[in-house]
Design a protein around this ligand. Structure first.
Ligand SMILES: Nc1ncnc2c1ncn2[C@@H]1O[C@H](COP(=O)(O)OP(=O)(O)O)[C@@H](O)[C@H]1O
Ligand SMILES: [Mg+2]
Length: 339
């Protein structure tokens, strides 16, 4: 399952994604955590020291190696140099699984031991001032898009991304690459306006969007969110003393999180499972191809000097429906869709 947390800065994306990740790990689910926000805070939220977080290898810095690996023996992709963030997989491409060892994880993922369970963390790397609003910004997030487009994940396996909701994520196809997107919103007009913007972009792409109200302090907050968000409001996470202690530097065990808030984390998992049932492998692949063609036409053909639309393997569908995954998480490789 591919899950994104989006929302306005300060809404609680990192807090809630880290808690969700810890909850999943505590109940034994394999998890890859991805920090794709402009402000890279997921590592520390999962217990890394600032020094350890600063040493995380940035995905954006390893793009040539990542591309070389993913391209495999796909005859439609002649070199890693001709591979862009949206280049879709095809026959001969190497696909990634949540639970495996591969050169991409070896180069970029770092294991994190939690108080219960453990996860692997991937980080896009910090965004510098110069990155914002220019191509490099997209290429950093682009590494995540590339990985998601090559990931064969089964039910009960998670990739959880802490992401920004800014318009930059709409410039690429990244926002369409998830089974479920949790939009974290404080009960304020600004929080809700980010929801509306996201909803507008998401509508045309069948993006499954659910709102988590955060720092909700009472019936008026709840009524506000219900009124503004309607049926998209999944649940609310309360103003939490436990989170405040964490923020003050204590390391409270997950077990001691307020029961109502812990129940919300389980609710998110149930919702994720339901979203996975709606997964449509064909649509997912078609959208990858759509964004690839758009990128090819708008800038990449000119930059790379070849027609990148020829990279599309028309007969290929990534993954498949849940029944196509065997118990060990490997793809049963549906006909015409070889891995
Ligand atoms: N439910 C909550 N209760 C108390 N404090 C919270 C809660 N959610 C988030 N916070 C605090 O709000 C601040 C912003 O949260 P953060 O997760 O960093 O937001 P974002 O990643 O969206 O920018 C942090 O100081 C965090 O501890
Ligand atoms: Mg954050």
């Amino acid at each position: 399952m591919k899950i994104a947390f989006v929302g306005k800065g300060g809404s609680g994306k990192t807090t809630l994604s880290a808690l969700f990740i810890r909850h999943l790990a505590a109940i034994g689910r394999p998890v890859i955590a991805v920090d794709a926000d402009i402000n890279q805070h997921l590592g520390p939220a999962l217990g890394l020291t600032d020094a350890q977080a600063a040493e995380l290898p940035p995905l954006g810095g390893r793009l040539p190696e990542i591309k070389e690996y993913l391209r495999g023996s796909n005859p439609l992709i002649r070199s890693a140099d001709e591979m862009i963030k949206t280049t879709p997989p095809g026959r001969g491409s190497r696909l990634l699984r949540i639970v495996e060892e591969n050169p991409v994880y070896a180069a970029c993922a770092r294991p994190i031991a939690l108080d219960e369970g453990s996860v692997r963390l991937l980080a896009t790397g910090a965004f510098t001032e110069e990155d914002l609003g220019v191509a490099c910004y997209h290429s950093k997030v682009g590494a995540v898009e590339l990985l998601l487009n090559h990931l064969l994940d089964g039910p009960d396996e998670y990739l959880v991304t802490d992401m920004t909701a800014g318009s930059d994520s709409f410039a690429s196809g990244l926002f369409t690459r998830f089974d479920l997107t949790f939009l974290v919103a404080e009960p304020t007009r600004k929080g809700v306006s980010v929801y509306r913007q996201y909803k507008d972009y998401a509508r045309d792409f069948a993006v499954q969007l659910r709102v988590i109200g955060n720092k909700v302090q009472g019936p008026d907050d709840l009524a506000f969110l219900r009124r503004e968000v309607g049926d998209d409001l999944l649940t609310t996470f309360g103003q939490s003393d436990w989170v405040r202690r964490l923020e003050q530097g204590a390391e409270p065990p997950l077990k001691s999180l307020e029961p109502a808030n812990r129940a919300v984390l389980e609710q998110l998992r149930t919702e994720a499972e339901a979203a996975y049932e709606l997964r449509d492998a064909r649509r997912y692949t078609e959208q990858a191809v759509l964004f690839h063609r758009r990128n090819a036409e708008s800038w990449a053909n000119a930059k790379v000097g070849v027609d990148l639309a020829t990279q599309v393997d028309e007969g290929f569908v990534l993954g498949g429906f849940p029944g196509e995954f065997t118990a060990d998480g490997a793809s049963a490789t549906p006909a015409g869709a070889t891995a």
